[in-house]
Write a protein that binds this ligand. Structure first.
Ligand code: BEZ
Length: 213
């Protein structure tokens, strides 16, 4: 059966460009962005992995580790990292899983044969420190991902976990939030949302983004 939101992310052991890892152990108490790309030495993937390297300080700030995967072998990944660093002016500082047996790719449903033969498509999983899958998105091979969007979702998930709010359409950090419909007690609302709120409908109550620190 395919992975669904809320599932525990399947555990695995694999060779990566930074040594062998056991996935759950490697995640530890961090969040994890686990993403697949179709193939080494391809143009879109080169720009994506460069952008992820550039954004590493942003992932670290949010307590998130990053793990990439393709079905190419380890030596290929190692050679390609040189090209990524050279052309994208970065230093790739996160591991890339080598999965030539396609074991991990199959486990995570990363191969969509009707779209792309036997290579992995562009999947992204956000996994929380409890190892629960919190986001899954899949892009086609010719479309490069927007990693600002992945960071935005990570911010939204971390906010929701801390502050009884959901985030509306096109939310950005610092923007207005929605009070969870399950919160109904006025005293609880005053305590949780000291900045106040607007009730547009009983189910649609907007509040400035709560402070979480
Ligand atoms: C790319 O990364 O450029 C790519 C990979 C597979 C199919 C199309 C583009």
């Amino acid at each position: 059966m395919s992975i669904q939101l809320g599932d525990i992310a399947p555990d695995f052991s694999a060779e990566t460009t930074e040594g062998k890892i056991n996935f759950h152990e490697w995640i530890g108490n961090s969040w994890c962005i686990f993403f697949s790309h179709p193939k080494d030495f391809t143009p879109v993937c080169t720009t994506e992995l460069g952008e992820v390297a550039r954004k590493m300080p942003e992932f670290k700030k949010r307590g998130a580790k990053v793990l990439a995967l393709s079905v190419d072998p380890l030596e290929s990944h190692k050679g390609w990292i040189g090209d990524i660093n050279e052309t994208q002016k970065v230093t790739v500082s996160y591991p890339i899983v080598a999965d030539p047996s396609r074991e991990v790719a199959q486990l995570y449903g990363m191969i969509h044969p009707k779209a792309l033969d036997s290579f992995t498509v562009r999947t992204v999983f956000i996994i929380d420190p409890n190892k629960k899958v919190r986001l899954m998105i899949t892009y086609p091979a010719p479309t490069g991902r927007n990693f600002d969007e992945i960071l935005r979702v990570l911010d939204a998930l971390q906010l929701t976990d801390k502050a009884s709010v959901a985030t509306p359409v096109n939310w950005k950090p610092g923007g207005e939030c929605i009070i969870l419909p399950s919160i109904k007690d006025p005293e609880e609302m005053k305590k949780k949302f000291p900045k106040g709120w607007k009730e547009l409908k009983p189910y649609l109550r907007m509040t400035p983004q709560p402070d979480t620190n």
